[in-house]
Design a protein around this ligand. Structure first.
Ligand code: C5P
Length: 220
């Protein structure tokens, strides 16, 4: 049905934040809006890809014309990605929580009359990008990660690419003064095996289109 350079290619995109429950009414989250991941899924679909969009509770509406899998936690996101495999490419734009509660409570935590404060213990979440990038069988041909940094963006992202074992890293500066997190624009540096490319500031839609075009080239 769909036409374009990515016709017949299955591509997984993760997007949005994750929510890690503390108790039945509270959770830990982050400021990701899901805008860049949503734009990417839309751009890949526009090039003909068969997109599985695995999204946490995002603030922007999901794209149309793609398979949407809604999840809440990092563990659920990992399962959804594993269920969606195999894929030609996987792009990990989600802002996955690094930690979850070691044990989330089954009942709402009550305030103690004597003022004793609750103590929360954390457990590390799985790294979805690294898990997929380091698959020994059935690894997607192209695995792309994002790196939201607040300083030494290129150096940190280059190290992250090596550590996680992904093919490309799309790095950006999310310092509050950039307005990137939750905003309409993005300034990214694409880090590949060939080196680094600083892209000019543009809309998240344009970042998505250019990235989708590069992915199509790489898979061709
Ligand atoms: O290490 P950091 O969180 O900065 O890495 C960011 C990249 O790793 C993003 O592509 C993000 O989607 C992915 N990631 C992941 N699972 C995690 C943490 C990060 O897939 N638990």
């Amino acid at each position: 049905l769909k036409e374009g350079p990515l016709q017949g290619r299955h591509i997984i995109v993760t997007s949005g934040p994750t929510h890690e429950p503390i108790d039945p009414v509270r959770y830990i989250a982050n400021r990701s809006s899901g805008a860049q991941g949503t734009a990417l899924a839309r751009a890949l679909s526009a090039l003909g890809a068969d997109v599985t969009f695995v999204t946490g509770p995002a603030r922007v509406p999901p794209p149309q014309g793609v398979r949407i899998v809604q999840v809440e936690t990092a563990n659920e996101m990992l399962s959804a990605v594993q269920t969606a495999l195999p894929a030609s490419a996987a792009v990990f734009a989600a802002a996955v929580a690094d930690w979850r509660l070691a044990e989330s409570r089954e009942q709402k935590i009550k305030k103690k009359p004597d003022g004793t404060l609750p103590v929360l213990q954390f457990a590390e979440n799985p790294d979805i990008l690294a898990t997929v990038a380091q698959m020994t069988q059935g690894r997607p041909d192209l695995v792309v990660g994002f790196a939201a940094e607040t300083e030494n963006v290129t150096a940190h992202a280059t190290a992250k690419r090596a550590r996680k074992g992904c093919d490309w890293i799309v790095a950006n500066d999310v310092s509050p003064e950039t307005g990137i997190m939750g905003g309409p624009d993005n300034t990214v540096t694409l880090i590949t095996e060939q080196g680094t490319e600083a892209w000019p500031n543009m809309s998240k839609t344009d970042v998505a289109r250019q990235l989708a075009a590069r992915i199509a080239e790489a898979l061709a």
